[in-house]
Design a protein around this ligand. Structure first.
Ligand SMILES: Cc1ncc(COP(=O)(O)O)c(C=O)c1O
Length: 394
């Protein structure tokens, strides 16, 4: 049997249609080009005073400005990390521990990524109290619920900007207007929104914001955390004084350069990317809704990422559907089957999607490279497989 690796190396043209851009994105060509000299030539340590070091330092600071440019903040407010997970850990844990003298109450939602929920769970075991806000059927947190959850000892609200499974965009600015005057820190996990919708921090007014490089055509294993000037964070790691003493360890220069370039490209292409991703997503949605009986679209109709389509196909098993289409289409499931038991994702559960629908939920996400021809072919393949599964022919 051919291995995945040999098939992906040898048969580029035959690869399935990639509709999983929320899982990860390929490197943009501009990003690969910017990184190459740092892979092959510039190896210096940014902390070294000699010429090798200054080349690396200059590149890291250029990347910091590029990330800051996309978010419309000052470069000094950007810290480089190993990705979305570390940024979330540092923001939440760092803020909670640094503010624990003032209070030990944190507010979050039930539909966050595990890189947030698991950090909050850990804080619970350390004497912090967490309020897990519900969402409505479209995956939206109600701003009044946030306001009502606030107590005198609330120190932090962490609410994702856009949901990775259904794409619903939370009312972050409205939450900021409640949190700010009360002196409560607001963190948003923007791993899925940066590069897909505007993420201008002067608009969002958050104190902390998470960026993940590989979701916006940058490399995997690098990310950034925006930390508003003056916000105190308890460090996750101890070591030397890099990143203004906030994140020790020799900088990952190669990937930081890639992240910077990815942010610069995203900034220049944002409207074009949004229009193109939306056109393909909408075509896909139309195709599926027209050709499959008993299908529903999850997530908010308008407040939704332009590239994300979560659909539930009634009385279908998502794992079986994905396996059937795998040679043609790469997508993700909203429910997974383990040893005969179907486990619906916590997001669909929080949205109260009925189980006979939730079990047949797949997430399709378009990207910069998706074409209308691709989504038409994907819709036809999915509709055919769903029909065959329903007839018991697969
Ligand atoms: C919303 C969200 N937050 C955080 C992460 C984690 O990011 P990373 O893979 O860079 O650690 C992801 C990745 O799937 C995500 O979708």
């Amino acid at each position: 049997m051919e291995t995945n690796l040999s098939s992906s190396v040898g048969k580029q043209a035959r690869r399935p249609i990639y509709l999983d851009y929320n899982a990860t994105t390929p490197l943009a060509p501009e990003v690969a080009a910017a990184m190459r000299p740092f892979l092959e030539e510039h190896f210096g340590n940014p902390s070294s005073a000699h010429r090798f070091g200054t080349v690396a330092r200059t590149a890291v600071e250029k990347a910091r400005s590029q990330v800051a440019g996309l978010l419309n903040v000052e470069p000094e407010e950007i810290i480089f990390t190993s990705g979305g997970t570390e940024s979330n850990n540092y923001a939440i844990r760092g803020a909670a521990l640094a503010s624990s003298e003032r209070g030990r109450h944190v507010i979050t939602s039930r539909i966050e990524h595990p890189a947030v929920t698991e950090v909050c769970r850990q804080l619970e075991t350390e004497g912090f109290e967490i309020t897990w806000l519900p969402v409505d059927g479209s995956g939206l947190v109600r701003v009044v619920d946030v306001a009502e959850a606030i107590r005198s000892d609330t120190i932090l609200i962490t609410l994702m900007h856009a949901n990775n499974e259904v794409g619903t965009i939370q009312p972050i600015r409205e939450v900021a207007e409640i949190a700010g005057p009360r002196g409560i820190l607001l963190h948003t996990d923007a791993a899925q929104s940066v590069g897909k919708i505007p993420t201008d921090i002067r608009e969002l007014r958050v104190d902390l914001l998470t960026v993940a490089g590989h979701k916006l055509y940058g490399p995997k294993g690098v990310g950034a955390l925006y930390v508003s000037d003056g916000v105190l964070l308890h460090p996750l790691m101890r070591g030397a004084g890099q990143e203004r003493g906030r994140r020790p360890g020799t900088e990952n220069v190669l990937e930081i350069v890639g992240l910077g370039e990815a942010c610069q490209v995203a900034r220049h292409r944002l409207s074009e990317d949004m229009a193109q991703m939306r056109a393909c997503r909408d075509e896909l949605e139309r195709g599926l809704c027209q050709s499959i009986p008993d299908v529903r679209v999850n997530g908010h109709r308008d407040q939704r990422l332009p590239n994300t389509l979560s659909i539930s196909i009634r009385d279908i098993n998502a794992d079986q559907l994905l396996a059937a289409i795998e040679p043609l289409v790469a997508a993700s499931a909203g429910a997974a089957c383990h040893s005969g038991q179907v486990r619906v994702s916590h997001v669909l559960e929080a949205m109260a999607i009925p189980e006979d629908w939730a079990r047949g939920t797949i997430r399709l996400s378009t990207g910069r490279n998706t074409t209308v021809e691709e989504v038409r072919a994907a819709a036809a393949a999915i509709a055919k497989a769903a029909d065959q599964l329903r007839r018991g022919q697969l």
